[in-house]
Every structure is written in C-alpha cells, then in structure tokens.
Ligand binder design. Structure first.
Ligand code: NIG
Ligand code: FE
Length: 409
C-alpha cells in the first residue's frame, strides 16, 4: 500500500497545468538520485535521496541505475478491430496506393465488413490482448475510436467493447465515436443520408448510453469535407462529446481549420500543414497530435513538426494503432521516429508522449507527469546511461517494471 522507489538515477518531474510549448518542450526536468512515494495508488511525494526518510510501513524498491518517468499517454488508436490487413500491405508494395486500395473496397471498408461479422466477445478478446501488450511497453492511458461499424448497431457494438475495456483494465481508457470514418457502402449513392443518420440517430443514441467522451471525423477528400466535419462535430458537441479531427493526412483538407473552429481537443495527423495552419495551432488550445506510425507506413510526406514546436503549437504524439495504416501500439517506436525523422530532441519527444498526450485526452489532472496527487502510473526503465537511450534504442522496450496506480502490472 505504501511504496517507495529509491535511488532513482533520474526522475522526470517536468509537466504543467498547461500543455507544453516551445522551449518548455525541450526543457526536461530530471531530479537526480531521487525517491518517489506512493500511497493508495497516488503519488504522494518525491525528492532527493539525501533528504529521504524511510517509513516503517514502506515497501522499498531500489531503482539504482534506472530512470523513472510517467507512462505514455497514447491519445489516438483504433485498437478494436476484427482482423489485420497484411494483404493490403502486400498490394501497396506491388504499387497500389492507400487511396486506390480504398477505392476498390479495401481500406476502412474492408475492416467494416469484418467487424460487422465479429461478435463482441471476439472483438473484446483481440483488443484486450493488444492493450495488454501496449501496457507492457509503457502505455498507461489510451484513447480508442469506433469507426469500423458505420451502422448504429455495429458502432454501438464497438463502443460497448471499448466500455468493457474501460471497466476491466486499470488504466484510463477514453472512447471516441468515429462514425464519420468513411461513407459505408450502402450509403455510397446518398452521403447526405448517412450524415443525417449520424446526426439524428447515432450521436443521440451514443450520448444517451454515455458511450463516447469524444467525437472524431476523418476530414479528407473522398471521406468528409470541411463543412461536413464542422456540421457533425457541432452536433456531437451539443450531445456532450468533445471534438477531435483526423486532419490533413492525405491532402490539405481544411481539417485543422475545422478543428480550431469547433474548439477540438486535438487535431491529428497534420501531414499537410500550411503556414496559416501553424499560426492557428500556435494561438489555440487544440493539441497538434502527430502520428508518425501512419506517415511512415503509408510513405506520406512528413508533417512540419519542428516548425510546429518553434511556432508554439502544443505537440503530442500517438500510435494511431490500426490495421490499415499503423499496425502497432508501440509508443517507443513513435518517440524514436519523432527524433530521427521529425527532428525533435529526446526531451521534446518524451513530453509529446506524456503530458501533452494527456491533454489530448483531457486526463492531465490524473496522468502525464510525476506530480503529487496524480495516478502512480510510471515506468521504471531498464538500467541505462541517459534517457536519450529510450528513443535511441529504436522502439525497443525500455520498461524494466511498469506501475499502474501503484501496482506492478
Ligand atoms: O488514422 N485515416 C483514417 N483512419 C485511420 C486508418 C484506418 C484504416 O485504414 O483502417 C488512420 O490512419
Ligand atoms: Fe486514426
């Protein structure tokens, strides 16, 4: 019950009441030779070893040679899906694009077909296995989207599976309704009808059952326009779901503008970000979430991440775990890519993956940094010389032990 971690080589204590921006991102504060105390699942104190006083009731864990940092906050995943799509991966290697595969019924609609046929139990089992592996790799909070159902019945099925994950796993799980992920086959000839269904039936039913914290839209050519995005998100906001946007992944879709206009909690992807988008991101609270897994997997141009931070955007990183464009839930790999491909420093990448990710899920009061009163959910790393070893080791698992609410997972 009373736990104290001692002899910590470096304890990451940066983090704030607000998302980190600009120089705050690169200024990681490591308390050297530190201790960390936990009671009833919460962080109750930390300090330097030279002023450490042991308590009789303490269970003491010696972390000599290890760093301790908050768990990763993965704010964008689609980890409830029925089947992998490695056939499409082969098709892309043979020369087809993601868009071409989608146009012939692959892509999101392929996952929709399979999800509609799967039972809730089957979906739960595969999703739980994925989530379990993510936690073992350091993730201590996750957002999960629907969006492979695209009918009232199948979206409800997906969101209820997410609810069950929420109730059975010890980490915060946030649910996002992504009914506007694609126009389903049966509405191909009448997209307005599908948008009406989203607004008039799906959003109200999901709100009634309190199944979603957020609502997201794939704002992209051949998916949903900027105006449709705003229309759907406004409706969802009236029903208590905070907006998020899949923005500017494959083209300059207006998704960032739409997100800012709707006061979205985050806009995600952002491969096509203009100078005026940068100014918007710098001025507003909306988190700019990078998804390097998807950009890498689809060979997309990289978003201007360096410019985003320098302009003052609040940048986070997430896995986008999904079977079509990022078949991994490994945040360590994302942090590596932020550094080597996007030019962020290790400190910037760690902050993007922790406190700024927490803001992108509205859980900054419980997660994302080592602070008194927050959940005692943290990573004790393997022995290493410096924290830069985490991104340097290219997606290897840095976790020696992971604690969730003060208990070893
Ligand atoms: O975030 N961009 C849209 N949605 C997912 C891909 C989903 C899929 O291909 O199944 C993404 O990349
Ligand atoms: Fe996504």
């Amino acid at each position: 019950m009373f736990l104290v971690i001692t002899n910590i080589k470096g304890l990451l204590i940066s983090g704030a009441e607000k998302p980190l921006r600009k120089k705050e991102m690169s200024h990681a504060v490591w308390l050297e030779d530190a201790w960390l105390r936990v009671m009833f699942g919460k962080i109750t104190g930390f300090g330097k070893m030279n002023d450490f006083v042991a308590d009789e009731d303490d269970e003491v864990i010696d972390a000599a040679g290890s760093f301790v940092l908050p768990c990763w906050c993965d704010s964008h995943t689609h980890l409830v899906f029925a089947a992998w799509r490695e056939k499409e991966f082969e098709d892309r290697i043979s020369g087809l694009t993601y868009e071409q595969i989608a146009a012939r019924g692959g892509g999101i609609l392929n996952s929709v077909q399979k999800l509609r046929k799967a039972s809730s139990n089957e979906l739960y089992d595969v999703a739980a296995e994925r989530l379990d592996e993510m936690i073992r790799q350091g993730t201590g909070a996750v957002e999960i989207k629907s969006g492979y159902g695209l009918s009232l019945e199948s979206e409800l099925k997906m969101l209820r599976v997410i609810q069950t994950l929420k109730s059975r796993f010890p980490i915060p799980v946030k649910a996002t309704f992504l009914g506007a992920h694609a126009i389903p086959e049966e509405f191909k000839k009448d997209r307005r009808k599908y948008i009406q269904l989203l607004k008039q039936e799906m959003i109200p039913a999901i709100a009634e059952e309190k199944l979603a914290d957020f609502c997201d839209v794939f704002c992209e050519q051949n998916y949903f326009t900027k105006d449709e995005t705003i229309e759907i998100l406004d409706c969802a906001a009236h029903h208590g779901m905070k907006p998020k946007v899949h923005a500017n992944q494959l083209s300059h879709s207006g998704g960032i503008e739409a997100g800012i206009q709707c006061k979205a909690i985050s806009v995600d992807h952002l491969e096509y970000t203009s100078e005026s988008d940068l100014k918007l991101l710098a001025k507003h609270d909306t988190i700019a979430t990078l998804l390097p897994g998807a950009a890498y997997f689809l060979n997309l141009p990289l978003p201007p991440a360096r410019k985003m931070i320098d302009a003052g955007a609040a940048v986070a990183v997430a896995t986008d775990f999904n079977p079509g464009s990022s078949p991994t839930g490994n945040m360590n790999l994302m942090i590596f890519m932020l550094c080597i491909q996007y030019g962020l420093t290790p400190s910037e990448a760690l902050h993007a993956a922790t406190i700024n990710g927490a803001f992108a899920m509205d859980i900054q009061k419980e997660c994302g940094s080592i602070a008194i009163g927050k959940n005692a959910s943290f990573i004790i790393t393997k022995k290493m010389d410096s924290p830069a070893f985490i991104p340097y080791s290219m997606g290897s698992n840095p976790v020696e032990k992971i604690y969730i609410n003060g208990k070893v997972y």
